[in-house]
Unconditional design. Structure first.
Length: 254
């Protein structure tokens, strides 16, 4: 498996550390240059947008490697370190924003890097207005995804773990199973800790698309023109068994 990963590793980020801000910048270049991968992110962004009744005062966490602001120009982009195109440098666990100042917080592949999600959820509760949203696209735990993430992905994937991630770096600390742990395995605990929040939707997504795209760290041999065909094909599969990601939508109760 290591040999395969080395052969398929994307040359732009092969020798860079994940916590280096340059890696985040290069990942944006990779997403923009890989037509199939960019279509995935565009679909994800559109799904997130569809959950937002109000498009102003929306904060995106972990914006550095994405292009969500192209779809929502008034978006408050943020990152944990300085990087081009980001309006706010802030820690998800200590948001540099006033109380009740946001209509929503959104993120893509970020929640599973937050070292203390309980503290983040407390901060989100403080900053988001009643009726506001917390929406994310994150890795999800299924029999298929567990095998893929454990065998082919560089980040840890531990469904037996706690809500805490060892904070070894802003991006290198991770547990891909964390969203599933908090919002599925420990749903009753989440509801007890955060009764202000209502889980509106958990929609499992994309058994194969991201894997075929190579993501931001691997090469791909799938042309963008195959995207619609692949998406139609994977809709034939049971998402509860095969999905690798999920759209998670929460609402702060009024």
């Amino acid at each position: 498996m290591d040999l395969i990963k080395n052969i398929l590793a994307h040359p732009l980020t092969r020798d860079l550390l994940v916590d280096d801000p340059k890696t985040t910048q290069l990942r944006l270049e990779i997403i923009q240059s890989k037509s199939f991968l960019k279509k995935i992110y565009t679909e994800w962004y559109q799904l997130i947008l569809s959950t937002l009744p109000k498009k102003k005062h929306v904060l995106e966490l972990g914006s550095g490697a994405g292009f969500f602001s192209e779809l929502l120009p008034q978006l408050i982009t943020s990152e944990i370190f300085e990087t081009p195109g980001v309006k706010l440098v802030t820690d998800a666990c200590k948001l540099a924003l006033p109380d009740n100042s946001l209509n929503a917080i959104i993120m893509t592949d970020v929640f599973h890097h937050i070292p203390d999600v309980e503290q983040f959820l407390s901060e989100a509760t403080r900053c988001i207005k009643q009726g506001g949203k917390l929406t994310m696209i994150e890795p999800w735990c299924t029999p298929w995804s567990q095998w893929i993430y454990k065998k082919l992905h560089s980040e840890p994937f531990d469904p037996e773990s706690t809500w805490i991630i060892q904070n070894i770096g802003p991006l290198s600390g991770a547990n891909g199973a964390l969203p599933w742990i908090v919002f599925e395995r420990d749903k009753l605990i989440f509801n007890q800790k955060f009764p202000e929040w209502h889980i509106i939707k958990i929609e499992p997504l994309m058994p194969f698309s991201y894997l075929l795209s190579g993501g931001v760290s691997m090469r791909t041999f799938i042309p963008g023109g195959m995207y619609d065909f692949i998406r139609i094909f994977e809709e034939l599969f049971n998402k509860k068994k095969w999905a690798m990601f999920a759209l998670i939508e929460l609402e702060l109760k009024k």
